[in-house]
Design a protein around this ligand. Structure first.
Ligand SMILES: [Zn+2]
Length: 295
């Protein structure tokens, strides 16, 4: 082979190598990582990022390329399985993955031996899942992202108080009818109510999730709240308080939706929002199932 030809061949090989190299580099650049998705969320959320927050990575490698995003109310085993089966590896969950608010594994006394925790961790590792929690900042938005999604799901946007987004004035109905309406609209199969079923109600405080006794009673203390609709109140706190109010003949009632149904639509809202600035990979809402059955 002449020197000239060898030179040409060499150049050709180098160009091909460069071409492939170039393509690979461009491809790698296009691979969105979990960390980049979260960076975009932080840039779009519209509230200052808090130093102290539960909105952090809980499992997996943040630099993992994202094949798809599954948003959910709670990263239950069932949700993780459904997300992985549909090829999505970034799970954005509103509530904890490991059974406590800070997702600390050592709250389980036998964390090394616990078979449920072990199976969940193994599934996450095996499927290269990355789990990130989105709780505090989604609530801190104006309006609160969860409340906005719930108001949308209930068709209550027009009934929402202009001053206080957690208060709604609905057309006057009975406690029983209101409970039936919530059950139907939110597709709940176990819902619990305290108060006279025939009580006339029109002023509703919607405080989803497990907001705690103080927030729940603050709503109930208001003259413009007939009924508090909540997710997961403590039975020896808010439940006992409302039971006492009812015994005392006060015009108060409590509807307990369950934690997941009380906030779930807020993460559906979050999915719509995330789709507006993440388009490279599929983004899907994976509803967590209400785990209870009725006896
Ligand atoms: Zn919440």
């Amino acid at each position: 082979m002449s020197m000239e030809r060898m030179f040409f061949k060499g150049c050709f090989a180098a160009s091909v190598a460069l071409l492939f190299c170039g393509i690979r580099t461009a491809g790698q650049e296009k691979h969105l990582t979990a960390r980049e998705v979260i960076g975009r969320i932080q840039a779009h959320v519209g509230v200052p990022w808090q130093a102290e927050t539960v909105d952090t990575f809980k499992a997996g490698n943040p630099d993992e390329p994202v094949t798809g995003v599954a948003l959910t109310m709670m990263a239950t085993m069932d949700v993780l399985e459904r997300a992985a089966a549909s090829g999505k590896n970034l799970i954005i969950t509103h509530e904890p993955t490991f059974y406590n608010h800070l997702d600390k594994l050592d709250v389980l006394p036998e964390k090394e031996k616990d078979p449920v925790l072990a199976a969940k961790l193994a599934f996450i590792a095996e499927h290269h899942l990355v789990v990130w929690r989105f709780h505090d900042h989604w609530h801190r938005r104006t309006p609160d992202g969860i409340e906005a999604g719930m108001a949308h799901a209930l068709g209550w946007e027009k009934q929402q108080d202009a001053e206080n987004q957690y208060l709604f004035t609905v057309p006057e109905t009975t406690l029983e009818s209101l409970a039936a309406d919530l059950k139907k609209k939110l597709d709940i199969h176990v819902l619990r109510v305290i108060g006279n079923p025939h009580l006339k109600v029109k002023k509703v405080g919607l405080v989803p999730g497990a907001s705690g006794f103080q927030k729940e009673t603050l709503a109930l203390e208001r003259d413009d709240v007939d009924v508090l609709v909540t997710g997961e109140p403590r039975e020896w706190e808010t439940v006992e308080y409302v039971a006492d109010a009812v015994t005392q003949g006060k015009h108060k009632a409590l509807i307990i939706l369950g934690h997941i149904p009380s906030e779930q639509a807020g993460m559906e809202e979050c999915t719509r929002w995330l789709k507006s600035f993440v388009s490279e990979v599929p983004v899907e809402f994976v509803p967590a199932k209400d785990p209870f059955w009725r006896y």
